[in-house]
Design a protein. Structure first.
Length: 494
């Protein structure tokens, strides 16, 4: 058959660039990997990560079959044996200790793989579990603001980079990340076009990042003080009469409360803390308000600080107050491949936050997900509800989580533990990369079906969870789309 060209989507990170992969279907050998010029978003642009696809595929250490722990090592197994082994161990934990003894960790790809987002509901439908993951590390604040400000954790405003006249970036480096949480491949070209049309680029970041190097202005703020700077800008807008709601007129409330809050953080007061002179803060606020269109964007540097939620909220308020909320050239709300209602977990007027709390430290959930530390506490701490079964998908928390040094011991203790993707020396079943028919989404659906067994999609009636009955169809397999939630037993009330 010879070498052929295949149009594919890069699976490595959020921008999901289009690729053209040259490969021999007969031998499976991969040749050149290049950008797809016909892809509507990336338009042929690729980053260095895509060039590692061939090396990763050909790596001698790459897993090609499931492995099951055998003594101090592992032995190869086929998929049926591995999935039955995993399901049997997890079912044993559920039978002996109840659903509160299970944990689920989702790695970063769960944010940009639609199939994975859909099938996780299937797994939770038959194995209710404490869920945490990479989202709880780097964008919980963003989700919190989505829930309380816009009514849904999935409502994330993204900057309209191609049409804005003023791009204000807080704690982000899109030249390297390619626009985390708004997935804009080819960011170097996008920012070149922005500069070429006379638009202004301003970066607020303690570090002189590549994006800061390319900016018209760089505000080297003291780390962890972004919320104070933005509140001082908001205070300036109110005092100088520069506020306007624009398209969001009639859809906003609480402006008097916001004005009173911002008044406590004048530019003069926050300057010694932020390291930014009062006159620069005032002028930044004036310039942002005066721009025909402007977009303020915050990311990891704001999300992961002590007052990250306040910082993200304040940046969103800045957009709204200057008429740039839900506006061309400002920040807009895109429609993804998954409808946003799939993230809607409201109960009446109550946002999906704090409906239940973790067993050890009482940490509140957000949208059904716990902070990562709550998982490890529940694994380490004996007592009713101690996690004894763990599933990890597309993540390696032993390397990626804060205080990761404690995790090998924690993960090594649960009986009935299994992992679909974790460090091979810790996992009962490390997950090999997928080729062909057994794609990751099918693997997880099969695991869920194995767990389901003869239970007809229900756990025992005396569990602490309500199992929803609503289902959708994905590749012909029923999957639960509603998040399972605890009702009372073995978890503290919010």
């Amino acid at each position: 058959m010879g070498v052929q060209k295949f149009a594919r989507i890069c699976p490595v990170c959020e921008p999901r660039r289009g690729l053209v992969i040259e490969a021999d279907p007969d031998s499976g050998a991969v040749g050149r990997v290049s950008g797809d010029p016909d892809h509507p978003s990336s338009k042929g642009y690729v980053c260095p990560k895509s060039q590692a696809i061939k090396a990763s595929r050909d790596d001698a250490d790459r897993l090609r079959k499931p492995l099951i722990r055998d003594g101090d090592g592992f032995r190869e197994a086929n998929w049926e044996e591995a999935l039955d082994y995993a399901a049997a161990g997890l079912k044993q934990v559920l039978a002996r200790r109840g659903p509160q003894a299970s944990g689920l960790y989702l790695g970063n790809p769960s944010a940009h793989l639609t199939a994975l987002q859909m099938v996780v509901g299937s797994l939770l439908g038959v194995m209710p579990a404490m869920m945490t993951g990479a989202a709880a590390i780097d964008h919980f604040a963003r989700n919190m603001v989505g829930a309380f400000l816009y009514g849904n954790i999935g409502n994330v405003p993204v900057p309209d980079v191609e049409r804005t006249d003023f791009f204000l970036i807080f704690g982000a480096n899109p030249l390297v990340s390619h626009g985390s949480m708004f997935g804009a491949p080819g960011m170097p070209d996008r920012l070149k076009r922005l500069k070429a049309r006379g638009s202004r680029l301003v970066v607020v970041d303690p570090r002189r990042t590549p994006t800061a190097e390319a900016a018209d202005d760089h505000f080297a703020i003291r780390a962890g003080t972004d919320a104070l700077l933005v509140l001082a800008m908001i205070d300036t807008l109110f005092k100088e009469g520069l506020t306007r709601a624009g398209r969001m007129e009639g859809h906003v409330s609480g402006l008097d409360e916001l004005q009173a809050i911002a008044a406590r953080f004048s530019p003069v007061r926050v300057s010694p803390i932020t390291g930014i002179a009062p006159d620069r803060i005032v002028q930044l606020a004036r310039d942002f308000a005066a721009a025909r269109t402007a977009a303020a964007y915050s990311r990891v540097g704001v999300n992961t600080q002590s007052f990250g939620t306040v910082g993200v909220w304040a940046v969103d308020c800045l957009n709204i107050l200057t008429g740039n909320g839900d506006a061309e050239g400002g920040v807009i709300f895109p429609e993804g491949s998954l409808p946003v209602f799939t993230h809607d977990a409201y109960e009446g007027d109550r946002p999906p936050h704090g409906r239940w709390r973790s067993r050890v430290s009482g940490a509140p959930e957000l949208g059904g997900t716990m902070p990562t530390h709550a998982m490890w506490e529940d694994i380490e701490t004996p007592g009713q509800g101690q996690i004894r079964g763990l599933v990890t998908i597309a993540g390696n928390p032993v390397l990626s989580n804060p205080n990761a040094g404690r995790m090998p011991d924690a993960i090594g203790t649960p009986d009935g533990k299994m992992a679909l993707a974790a460090a091979p020396f810790l996992a009962d079943i490390p997950q090999p990369e997928q080729d062909g028919a057994f794609a990751p989404d099918r693997l997880r659906l099969t695991l869920a079906n194995s767990l389901q067994g003869a239970n007809d999609n229900r756990l025992s009636d005396d569990t602490a969870f309500d199992v929803p009955s609503g289902c959708a169809s994905f590749n012909g397999t029923p999957i639960v789309v509603e998040r399972v939630r605890p009702v009372d037993a073995n978890r503290n009330a919010a």
